[in-house]
Design a protein around this ligand. Structure first.
Ligand code: SF4
Length: 348
């Protein structure tokens, strides 16, 4: 059985036409799945019964089984583990803050990047997600919010995985979520977070989409960065920044730089000065994320005064900066080190 959410409106139209249906059926089916969030073809009441039956023999819609939802009422954070059809599981997080309803989604099962300070990175890579599997995470919480008379306002791609190592599926999911027949979520409401995969940044610059881009830098020097973000070794910081400039030129969007502060590793005043030197004159914002200690990870959170000193060094040199403490700590929300930035990185 195929996943209906893997199809774009054009692919759906082509398929329905090949079944002998008129082209306008594509909009009807897409709207049921993406706007009305229906998961059963029998509920698609404006389709002929025979078509509903035929489609249900061929497709599933948003096939994932939710496990228990972990909630932190104080933080407004809610995490769900979704089990996919092959038994793999991904985590998706909803964050409620003021009138924002941000869903943080995964793009891969596990992660091939292997950041030294990330529990997900240490467990290795399992597989890419399909476009439908990426999108269904948003639709899961969209349905939940709909029942409360609310809607998803922002999507951040900062869960498990590196979006640019699963580029096509990621963009297909974003375009479907952005489509007026579906949730119609504006491009500016998405934030794509990368460790700096240069070809991905350059490709995204050419998409003609006003997405927010967040780049996980974590170090101002290539040798230190290679230790902290091993898979990013291939792309020197200078190349990453040049690609980011290209993104700014194409989209006029400010780029966010994520920087996890690790005590005694990358939190020195010299590191702050070097970071400021790299970003001076660029349309950039820095999110400083004091490390969130986790079992088995050999790093510590810097003391508050050290965090503040780092921030001051940046401010003094004219760099926009925000300190973000991780959300979802108490519910062990997955790729935790970047969790803090999720709300701040979205600006739509
Ligand atoms: S921090 Fe993000 S990119 Fe790095 S290993 Fe974890 S999931 Fe992958």
């Amino acid at each position: 059985m195929r996943e209906l959410l893997d199809l774009t409106p054009a692919e759906l139209r082509e398929h329905l036409v090949s079944m002998g249906e008129p082209p306008y059926r594509a909009r009807q089916v897409f709207e049921w799945a993406w706007k009305h969030l229906v998961r059963d073809f029998s509920a698609m009441t404006n389709l002929p019964v025979s078509l509903r039956e035929q489609l249900s023999r061929e497709f599933v819609i948003g096939a994932a089984t939710p496990g228990a939802t972990l909630m932190d009422a104080e933080e407004g954070t809610e995490k769900v583990l979704l089990t996919l059809r092959d038994g793999e599981a991904i985590e998706t997080v909803l964050m409620r803050e003021d009138d924002r309803r941000t869903v943080c989604i995964s793009t891969q099962v596990g992660c091939p990047i292997g950041c030294a300070f990330c529990a997900t990175g240490r467990t290795g890579f399992r597989r890419d997600l399909s476009p439908g599997e990426i999108a269904l995470q948003v639709l899961f919480f969209a349905a939940k919010l709909k029942a409360e008379g609310q809607r998803v306002t922002h999507v951040v791609l900062m869960g498990m995985g590196e979006p640019f190592l699963n580029y096509d599926a990621t963009l297909k999911a974003i375009r479907n979520l952005n489509h007026p027949w579906g949730l119609n979520l504006g491009a500016r409401r998405f934030t794509v977070s990368t460790v700096g995969i240069v070809p991905g940044i350059l490709r995204l610059a050419e998409e003609g989409l006003q997405l927010n881009l967040a780049i996980s830098l974590h170090a101002p020097w290539d040798d230190l960065r290679a230790e902290l973000v091993p898979a990013a070794r291939k792309y020197p910081i200078a190349d990453v920044l040049a690609a980011a400039e290209e993104y700014v030129r194409a989209t006029k969007r400010r780029v966010t730089y994520e920087y996890v502060l690790l005590s005694g590793v990358n939190d020195s005043p010299a590191a702050a000065r070097a970071l400021a030197g790299l970003l001076r004159g660029r349309l950039a914002h820095v999110n400083l994320i004091p490390f969130n200690p986790a079992p088995g990870l050999p790093f510590k959170r810097p003391p508050l005064r050290r965090v503040e000193a780092f921030k001051r060094e940046l401010l003094r040199r004219g760099i926009d900066v925000t300190v973000r403490y991780s959300r979802g700590v108490r519910i062990q929300a997955g790729c935790g080190q970047l969790r803090a930035a999720r709300l701040g990185a979205t600006s739509g």
